[in-house]
Design a binder for this molecule. Structure first.
Ligand code: AMP
Length: 549
């Protein structure tokens, strides 16, 4: 296995193979077999572009040969940062075919995240848009190429000015060549963890495990070639890419429609025009869709299932989804690390509205564990631990972190608090990991704190989530100033200059003289968060003067 990855335990790997979960298939060969099966059916739609399975597979062949001609080969890591466009799946499958390993980056990532991903993965290449949503990715890419020693080539989607040392993606094209088949037990690509530590961790996903995850998620949902999946959220999210998402839909012979944004205007038009049957949303976007559906002229009747996950879904919002959109709601609890739990079509309504369903595989092992490390009594709340055929065995190049992130018998400590109903359904009750879920975006408190501490006016920093009706949570930075107190605008600008993605910037600043401490002498974030919640309920005049400072 790729250096820096933790191989699965031998006895588990044997069981996963014996049970038919891992079939020894690689994702490149799977695409080839899907292209044989569904040759002339539409695989991908984006704007005016429509690609059949045959065309997609042929494009992947030529791209793979083109990447090879540009010096990429098996085992090379390639950071892929692309918007929702056919190039995203085409590039990823081409890299799979070549045995190279994509590292998924969000389009919102900036210098701080990209620099880290490129360095940690020792990427040989970086695939990026020339620009996206007003940001000049190419300029940043050229700078990073000078800074990161391993990085040799930039492949760019969109216009590249003459004389720029970067390769336009549409010129990555060569006669297909015979390539060795990738090893199914090898890492196919890296997803990113929402992260509890200062920097995002890389999650290795193997061909075997992801083929199994996407196939199973598609089977649980009864996907067929008549299904049309709308990739409304960013395609690089595990939720959109493979739960069952893009890959599961292609595996079932259906059609994937790529939306430029999850905004209801765009998406409702696509649902009507393309006959979309299912999609996946985070709760914040679902709320937008519900509001828009009241006045939308578009016909959404083909839409059968809307998956909602990635962040807590309030039961009141859950109850509005079916009647408001004329669809079946599926609650999804999932993580890029692996475990997926879905409500099912035949679940009682109460369960669909108030639980996150059951794990999708009989091979998923789940434990709910108390602070003492022992399993809690049935129905009680504790930390969710899991192990299974598509759950990671360790983060990439993170030996020390892995020692605490996993139990001695290889269960992943999710950092989520959950309970199990008598019927075996999971209910997510909160989290103990230091992550803020803003909309559906995961923000590691430690990462933001690290950047804040670099500011000369910040002596100490603690970042906590504050409840927000719209986004679920927003980011509040508590700061003990060093001299002249900083302002929120000043801090945001400083973090932006440090290259931090916009969605991680604090929404609120609270200046304090000191932090409350726990009995163990750690910053007591619970007390800080409780102070915020209390302030939110005080009349405006009082909270403007009072509050934690
Ligand atoms: P990611 O790997 O970015 O998909 O984030 C995974 C994390 O998102 C989980 O560990 C949970 O903390 C959170 N999450 C995902 N789905 C749900 C859900 N349905 N309800 C509450 N939290 C969720």
């Amino acid at each position: 296995m790729l250096d820096g990855c933790t191989p699965p335990r031998e006895h588990l790997a044997e069981a996963y193979r014996a049970n038919g979960y891992w079939r020894g298939e690689n994702l490149s060969a799977l695409l080839r077999s899907w292209a044989r099966r569904s040759a002339d059916r539409t695989a991908l739609v984006h704007g005016a572009t429509r690609l059949t399975y045959r065309e997609l597979d042929a494009r992947v062949d030529r791209l793979a040969a083109g990447f090879r001609a540009h010096g990429l080969g098996p085992g090379d890591r390639v950071v892929v940062q692309l918007p929702n466009a056919p190039e995203f799946p085409a590039v990823c499958f081409a890299l799979f075919r070549l045995g190279a390993v994509p590292v998924f980056s969000l389009t919102a990532h900036r210098a701080a995240e990209l620099g880290h991903l490129l360095r940690v993965s020792q990427a040989a290449a970086y695939v990026l848009p020339a620009g996206h949503r007003g940001f000049d990715h190419l300029a940043l890419g050229l700078r990073l190429r000078d800074e990161v020693p391993s990085l040799r080539t930039l492949f760019v989607l969109g216009g590249v000015p003459a004389g720029t040392a970067a390769v336009p993606l549409d010129r990555v094209d060569a006669e297909p060549v015979e390539l060795p088949e990738p090893d199914p037990s090898e890492v196919a690509f890296f997803l990113l963890s929402g992260g509890t530590t200062a920097l995002p961790k890389l999650i290795p996903r193997t061909h075997d495990d992801y083929a199994y995850q996407t196939r199973t998620a598609a089977e649980v949902n009864g996907l067929t070639e008549r299904d049309v999946y709308l990739a409304a959220l960013p395609v690089e999210f595990n939720f959109t890419w493979g739960c069952p998402g893009v890959i599961g839909t292609l595996g079932a012979g259906g059609t994937v429609v790529l939306a430029d944004s999850p905004a209801p205007d765009d998406c409702f038009r696509l649902v009507e025009e393309e006959g979309v049957t299912f999609t996946s949303l985070v709760p914040t976007v679902a709320q937008l869709w519900l509001e828009a559906a009241e006045w939308s002229p578009h016909d959404l009747r083909t839409l059968r299932t809307v998956q909602i996950g990635g962040a807590p879904l309030a039961p009141e919002l859950a109850a509005r989804v079916g009647p408001g959109l004329g669809v079946r709601l599926q609650q999804v609890f999932g993580m890029a690390e692996g475990l997926l739990s879905f409500t099912r079509a035949d679940d009682p309504e109460e369960a669909v509205l108030t639980t996150q369903g059951r794990p999708i595989s009989p091979g998923d092992e789940v434990r709910i564990v108390g602070e003492d490390g022992a399993e809690v009594p049935p129905g009680a709340t504790g930390e969710l631990h899991t192990r299974g055929p598509y759950t990671l065995a360790g983060y990439y190049r993170a030996e020390e972190h892995n020692r605490t992130a996993f139990t001695a018998d290889g269960f992943y400590r999710t950092g989520d608090l959950a309970r199990m109903t008598a019927e075996g359904r999971l209910v997510i009750e909160g989290r103990i990991k230091d992550v803020i879920v803003r909309g559906g975006d995961k923000v590691s408190a430690g990462e933001v704190e690290g950047h804040l501490l670099e500011h000369p006016a910040v002596a100490r920093a603690a970042v906590v989530g504050m409840p927000d009706e719209w986004l679920g949570e927003r980011i509040c930075a508590f700061v003990v100033p060093d001299g002249e107190p900083p302002t929120l605008a000043g801090l945001k600008q400083a973090l932006q200059l440090r290259g931090l993605a916009d969605y991680k910037l604090p929404d609120r600043l609270e200046l304090v003289d000191a932090f409350p401490l726990t009995g163990l002498g750690k910053v007591d974030k619970k007390t800080l968060a409780a102070g915020l919640a209390a302030a939110a309920h005080r009349p405006l005049a009082a909270s403007a003067q009072g509050g934690p400072r």
